[in-house]
Design a protein. Structure first.
Length: 135
């Protein structure tokens, strides 16, 4: 059976990185272990920019943050965005819908209410980390 293709939003990835014991930690681990993470290049760039912020220095070294991004880059399928999607109330969140549609994802994991209100979107489930873990 093919692995489920999963888009994980940037905030969930950052939560996993900074607070591995939070619900985002096991959700991201499950997505990587049993699924196939699908990531647009824009999300990798955003993740690198956000993870590099000085405000996170007290919590995790820059080397650990860079290693997390490298590991994600090795396990994820990078998706080119060919089909543009404009559906979310917050246009900044459309990139996750675009990744899901272009990457033929089965699921989006997000804590974002604007995205979750669209569940399901074009047959793609949109769940928060706790709901994903409960599946």
């Amino acid at each position: 059976m093919d692995k489920q293709r999963i888009v994980v939003d940037t905030n969930v990835l950052i939560s996993r990185l900074l607070l591995p014991a939070s619900v985002s930690g096991p959700a991201v681990r499950k997505a990587v272990d049993v699924g196939q993470p699908v990531v647009p290049e824009a999300t990798m760039a955003e993740l690198a920019a956000v993870a590099g912020r000085a405000k996170f220095d007290p919590y995790l070294s820059i080397a650990d943050r860079q290693e997390f991004i490298r590991l994600l880059g090795r396990t994820a399928v990078m998706v080119p965005i060919v089909r543009v999607v404009r559906a979310c109330r917050d246009p900044r969140d459309d990139k996750f819908l675009e990744a899901a549609v272009n990457g033929r994802a089965d699921l989006i994991i997000t804590g974002d209410r604007d995205l979750r209100e669209l569940n399901p979107f074009m047959g793609i489930a949109i769940l928060n980390p706790a709901a994903y873990l409960a599946r």
